[in-house]
Design a protein around this ligand. Sequence first.
Ligand SMILES: *Cc1c(COP(=O)(O)O)cnc(C)c1O
Length: 353
Amino acid sequence: MNRYWSSVAKGLRPYVPGEQPKLAGLVKLNTNECPYGPSPAALEALRIEVGDTLRLYPDPNCDSLRQAIAACYGLTPERVFVGNGSDEVLAHAFLALLKHEQAVLFPDITYSFYPVYCGLYGIEYRQVPLTESFEIRVDDYLAPNGGIIFPNPNAPTGRPLALSEIERLLRANAESVVVVDEAYVDFGAESAVGLIERYPQLLVVHTLSKSRSLAGLRVGYALGDAGLIEALRRVKDSFNSYPLDRFAQAGAAAAVTDRAYLEQTCAKVIATRTRLADELGSLGFEVLPSAANFVFARHGRRDGAELAASLRERGIIVRRFDQPARIAQFLRITVGTDAQCAALIAALSAILA
Ligand SMILES: *Cc1c(COP(=O)(O)O)cnc(C)c1O
């Protein structure tokens, strides 16, 4: 604390991102980045942007990018909002759509940025416990609320929620916005994008950071009714007119258009995930069924924090959460390349021996 800080700065409890180590040569399985590079078409689009036009501001409305995204889903661009990473899109959604008299609802075990945004914007929230088996139960959300948000598949559990359940929630919850954060949807869950035509309270948020291998470019987007998108735009234009630079707009447009590359990447990650889960199971881990590019696993006899520390000594980093207590024994392990996962399994076998 410092005497020059505002009361807002004093009251903040910032999100703590996973470590981005400066050390080279680590097997980095802690922040759910993709182990494969971005689409070659995206890289080429970035190269073309290096030049004299960098003198000029980028398009504040990101029209070409929004058009490219809209085309992927057969939507009009008025239903697309883009931001500097989906974290920014989510932040705007909290302020523009989820700040109401009643509390916003989200799972007790979920993306830990949600309560941080609530703290920043002074939004009341209520955390709804996952079931014993770490699943979202829609019935638990059928109560008056100021909005509902959850990732599908959920993070850090990796467990997906069926589309029919999401639709049941939408049918019962027409009075407030439902945000489905589909950061990991390409790895095996059912997308709710097809529902936005029928449910004007549904906002679906995507990122290029995971399945599109572009965490370094910082691009995310939201799809929904034009009225919801307009609210996001109002917040954006009250904060930063140019959140996406020329590189982000050009690279992202090329990346979203390269559907074949996405499918290739996801197929590789899914195949490795299946093997990794089996091998962890053989080593005595309980592995939650994952539809994401990570697995959430705990060992029957060995302490989670100790396992994470021993892995780190061997140059492998995974993510672990102290809170809430019922997930403290779990490791969240990003699905890397086959070689990275083999290194992880070899290290765990040595540690457990
Ligand atoms: C990674 C992640 C995001 C943020 O993605 P960015 O686009 O990189 O900001 C959002 N939601 C969930 C659940 C995530 O895991």
